[in-house]
Design a protein around this ligand. Sequence first.
Ligand code: NDP
Length: 246
Amino acid sequence: TAQLDGKAALVTGGSRGIGEAVAVRLAADGADVAFTYRGEEARAAKVVVRIEALGRRAWAVRADSADAAAVRAAVDGTVERFGRLDILVNNAGVGVLGPIEEIAEEDVDRVLAVNVRGPFLAAQAAARRMGDGGRIIGIGSCMAGRAPFPGGTLYATSKAALTGLTRTLARELGPRDITVNLVHPGPVDTDMNPADGESAPMQAQLTALGRYGQPSDIAAAVAYLAGEGGRYVTGASIAVDGGFTV
Ligand code: NDP
């Protein structure tokens, strides 16, 4: 039997990129998987097909992470559909880069709402519904730990906030045997940061391995934290960044 047999997971932002890879990987490991998306229903439908092809139940729910009620409804809906919630992956995120003088106030609100407030509210809702042995896993960024080029202040501010959430919530939920961890990806080839993009050679050069990672590289770390092998890891920030932060 697969290691996540009988478990239920919710992945935010699971219709593309890293979130899609995480959703499919958790299903391959045996979990039923719900995931949120914001825009493209057709992309989400394709991920549902991939999960169901693995013999697991899937649920795609349109929920903007900036919308508190939608986030809570996604968590509660997962419990209603699958009868339980064992794994929450806070993956949905947005990046607005640029000189601090040029960042609009609306961008500040939007990035903090999606990258910080959404994960906080999802973790809060999950904490209310999760049983013993649950797992809460965030997706941060290597930009939270190193600033090798300018322009990332807003994005890094949002991602660094997740380290505080992770450590403190790990302490709070430890007595219930719920672990809380954070994975910091390096440059990963997705729509957000394509490996053939303008700044890609510069980003690749900043890693020790000299190349981009794949969404499945991040999914492997999430699967480890969600699985049996990760049961004694909590409050940790784990770099999966090709050595970007060394
Ligand atoms: P993509 O932009 O490729 O995919 C984002 C996914 O999240 C899509 O499924 C999208 O759905 C969904 N999404 C976006 N905004 C929202 C929202 N407001 N509410 C709900 N869902 C939303 O991003 P990546 O896969 O590259 O990034 C995933 C995470 O990894 C993010 O938190 C990002 O900050 C982080 N990260 C990425 C790195 C990289 O190099 N790619 C590096 C470090 C961290 P839809 O299509 O419907 O909008």
